[in-house]
Design a protein. Structure first.
Length: 356
């Protein structure tokens, strides 16, 4: 007669232990695996069944959603996103919430990277539709970093590569899937690069990452503004290049003076130089370089041009600055020097033309 009560208590205890185990593994808001459980389960899978793809999903601009619509609405958005992830990546794939608006997906090894990328793109497309349906004014999207399994991978190594790809994606424009091995972006696939003997050592992957990091993100707008020390290094680099490849380039010194041909007063310098800097940026091409040399001077390097066109650049800057110059009775003096190869001398061509 004592057996039944004992069995009932044991059953209750087992059920309670199961409930506590689930609570310890599950994120309370979304019902997905939490970070600790996800890390353990992914490591277990890698040890038992090497393979798979690791995806880190970061919601773009989620703080703005919380600020604009409130945290309760933000919670609803995260729950909706979690449901969408489970729908797209369901089955044997593992989906977890590892931070406020950061999610991790680990796919089975039967999925190649191509399939994971396509599913990631589908998630981004459907997130946008979900956001519109929920009334989110701005585009609701995410940036996804992805890494494919490599020999002897662990949770940490795969996460690091996927997170690196994610960070590159955030710098490059967001709202896309970025693949660590190729840093693949659906709108801008990485150009093919020649490599010999590097594919099996990881060097080819390093070259792709370096290439992506070095390139300027987006289409360059206006001239290239740098500090003086960087400008000096660029100048010397161009000088060296002229020793091998004949070309034409000029440095231009622009000096802001008052009607007495003296530097403008300290109280006016910041405002007037800001305006002149903007006039320079608008007047130069994206391949030209400039720097603020002193409190009243800018130094320019105009590339691939003639002396006549260098003067035209100066006149264009003066025209773009003419309104402010007339208002404050200031003038732009100019001096021009041609760049020559490092083993040749230089000549100077200067003036102090009044800007009217």
């Amino acid at each position: 007669m004592l057996i039944d009560p004992i069995e009932k208590e044991l059953k209750k205890l087992q059920e309670e232990n199961s409930r506590l185990k689930i609570l310890s593994e599950v994120d309370g808001l979304t019902g997905l695996y939490n970070r600790l459980a996800g890390e353990r389960l992914i490591n277990d899978r890698l040890q038992k069944n090497a393979g798979g793809n690791f995806m880190v999903v970061d919601v773009d601009g989620f703080k703005k959603i919380n600020d604009q619509y409130g945290h309760l609405f933000g919670d609803d958005v995260l729950r909706g996103l979690a449901a969408l992830m489970k729908e797209i990546f369901g089955g044997e794939n593992l989906v977890g919430r590892f931070g406020g608006d950061e999610f991790v997906i680990f796919t089975v090894k039967e999925w190649d990277a191509g399939k994971a990328i396509e599913k990631g793109k589908e998630l981004i497309r459907r997130m946008e539709a979900m956001g519109r349906k929920m009334g989110v004014k701005d585009r609701f999207s995410a940036t996804i970093g992805l890494s494919a399994y490599q020999d002897k991978d662990t949770y940490s190594s795969m996460f690091s590569r996927a997170d690196f790809a994610l960070m590159q994606g955030k710098k490059s424009g967001k709202s896309a899937v970025y693949y660590y091995r190729e840093l693949h972006n659906e709108s801008r696939p990485v150009a093919a690069a020649e490599s010999k003997g590097a594919e099996d050592t990881g060097i080819d992957r390093d070259m792709e990452l370096i290439w992506m990091d070095l390139r300027e993100k987006g289409r360059p707008q206006g001239a290239y503004c740098q500090d003086y020390q960087t400008f000096k290094r660029l100048y010397r680099f161009v000088e060296r290049g002229l020793m091998r490849v004949p070309s034409s380039a000029y440095t231009v010194l622009l000096t802001l003076v008052d009607d007495k041909k003296e530097y403008v007063t300290l109280q006016d310098q910041e405002h007037l130089m800001t305006g002149l800097g903007e006039a320079i940026r608008r007047s130069l091409r994206s391949g030209d370089v400039y720097t603020q040399y002193s409190s009243c001077q800018f130094l320019l390097m105009v590339m691939g041009t003639s002396l006549e066109n260098a003067w035209k650049v100066v006149e264009r800057i003066r025209n773009n600055y003419s309104g402010e110059a007339k208002e404050h009775s200031v003038y732009i003096g100019s001096n021009i020097r041609p760049l020559q190869s490092a083993d040749k001398g230089m000549t100077q061509i200067g003036d102090g033309r009044k800007l009217m």
